[in-house]
Design a protein around this ligand. Structure first.
Ligand code: NI
Length: 207
C-alpha cells in the first residue's frame, strides 16, 4: 500500500472520526448502565451477546469459536482504516495485557473486521502486528462478518463522503470480555480507561 497516500487519507478522515466519535460517545453515555454485566451472564438488558462463528485469521486459517475454547477472550470489532478510535482501543487492550503479566496468557485478544472488503488477510496481518504479538486479526466473507456482527450486536455502516475518494465505517466501539465458555463477562466502552479495564479483568479472573 502507498504509505504516503494512506497518511493523507488518515489526516482527511480524522475530521470524520471526530464526528463519528462524538456520536458514538453520546450513544454510549446514554447507555452506560448497560456496560458491565455480572459473571456468567451473556445478557445485556435481556439481549444475548456472542455466538458461534466461522472466520479467517490473519494467517489465512479458517477458525471458529472452538479454536479459542477454554480461554478468556477480549474481542474488539473495528477496521484497519479507522483513523482514531480503533487504534486507541487496540492499544488499550495491548496495555491491559502487558499490565496483567502472567495472567494475560489466559486471555486471547481478537480483532474482528467490520470492513472485510478492504481488510484482507494480508492487511489484517500487518495491522495486528502493530499492537500485540498475540492479537489475532479475523476477517471473512461479507456473510461471515455480518453473522458475527449480528451475534455481538455490533453496529457498523459504510459511510461515503463525497469529498473523499474512500469510504469510512461508522461503528459501535465496545471491548467484550468473554469467559472460557463464551459467556459475556464485561463490556468496556471508549471512556473506560486501561486501569479500569485491568481492575475489572483481575476481578473477573479471580472468581
Ligand atoms: Ni474504528
Amino acid at each position: 500500500m502507498d504509505f504516503k497516500k494512506r497518511l493523507m487519507r488518515t489526516a482527511l478522515m480524522s475530521f470524520v472520526a471526530l464526528i463519528v466519535g462524538a456520536g458514538i460517545g453520546f450513544y454510549q453515555i446514554q447507555n452506560q448502565n448497560a456496560a458491565v454485566v455480572s459473571k456468567g451472564s451473556s445478557d445485556v438488558a435481556g439481549i444475548k451477546i456472542g455466538g458461534p462463528f466461522e472466520l479467517i485469521d490473519h494467517n489465512e486459517q479458517t477458525v471458529t469459536e472452538k479454536n479459542y475454547a477454554g480461554q478468556y477472550k477480549l474481542i474488539y470489532f473495528g477496521f484497519t482504516y479507522c483513523p482514531a478510535i480503533c487504534p486507541t482501543e487496540l492499544q488499550k487492550i495491548s496495555k491491559v495485557l502487558k499490565d496483567l503479566g502472567d495472567d494475560a496468557e489466559k486471555i486471547q485478544p481478537l480483532f474482528v473486521s467490520v470492513d472485510p472488503e478492504r481488510d484482507t488477510v494480508a492487511v489484517m496481518k500487518d495491522y495486528v502486528s502493530l499492537f500485540h504479538p498475540r492479537l489475532v486479526g479475523l476477517t471473512g466473507s461479507r456473510a461471515q462478518i455480518d453473522e458475527v456482527l449480528q451475534d455481538y450486536r455490533v453496529y457498523a455502516k459504510k459511510v461515503q463522503n463525497e469529498e473523499y475518494e474512500e469510504y469510512t465505517m461508522d461503528h459501535s466501539s465496545f471491548i467484550y470480555l468473554m469467559d472460557p465458555n463464551d459467556e459475556l463477562l464485561s463490556v468496556y466502552r471508549i471512556k473506560d480507561t486501561a486501569p479500569f479495564v485491568l481492575a475489572d479483568i483481575k476481578r473477573k479472573l479471580g472468581k
